[in-house]
Write a protein that binds this ligand. Structure first.
Ligand code: ZN
Length: 196
């Protein structure tokens, strides 16, 4: 497994990034794209079923992809996966796909990268029910202090997207978050993690 060098900037969640020295970037494989890990040439990545691209017909097939990839050495987490109330299939289907992936992550001792839009109750309920033994990282967080506190109290990590980081009104939240529990990410945006 690749590990960041002491001086590396860490970009914890990105899509189709170009490798650069001094940056440790974690690529994201989306199960529905069926891109094979071999194409990543030894880079560190996560793989998951994004709720936007999940449906009843592809559910089993996507899950099969996760079963096949989860044990790979360069895969450090399952995800992004989770809940989205604005886009994607029913909450029942999102929940079952999510929880199945959390169980696979536990079997392989891998973390989980979370996509969550307006479904924090569902996310927290799954965390309470499953009592996962590995860490969850909420990516693209742009919520309030109270929500951040709830996530932190359940041992979760929080990753911030550049747009949120740059907003003056985010400063108070960022100062409140414990440094050892936050990450930064570029996600799908064409920005440099070093600037963030
Ligand atoms: Zn993403």
């Amino acid at each position: 497994m690749n590990l960041p060098q002491p001086d590396d900037y860490i970009n914890i969640h990105t899509h189709n990034s170009i490798p650069a020295s001094g940056i440790f970037a974690v690529e994201t494989l989306m199960a529905h794209e069926k891109m094979q890990p071999d194409n990543l040439e030894g880079r560190t990545y996560t793989a998951g079923i994004h709720p936007w691209y999940l449906n009843k017909n592809n559910h089993q097939e996507l899950l099969e992809f996760i079963y096949q990839t989860a044990g790979n050495e360069n895969l450090i987490a399952i995800g992004e996966t989770g809940f989205d109330k604005l886009r994607g299939p029913s909450m029942e289907l999102q929940r079952s796909a999510f929880e199945e992936q959390v169980i696979i992550a536990g079997m392989h001792r891998k973390a989980v990268v979370i996509h969550c839009v307006k479904a924090w109750d569902e996310l927290l309920a799954s965390h309470r029910n499953l009592k996962p033994e590995t860490s969850w990282l909420v990516h693209g967080f742009r919520g309030k202090k109270e929500l951040a506190s709830q996530l932190l109290s359940r041992g979760m990590y929080i990753s911030l997207w550049f747009d949120f980081v740059m907003r003056p009104e985010s400063a108070e939240l960022i100062r409140f978050l414990p440094g050892e529990r936050i990450f930064l990410e570029t996600d799908g945006a064409d920005v440099d993690i070093r600037d963030i």
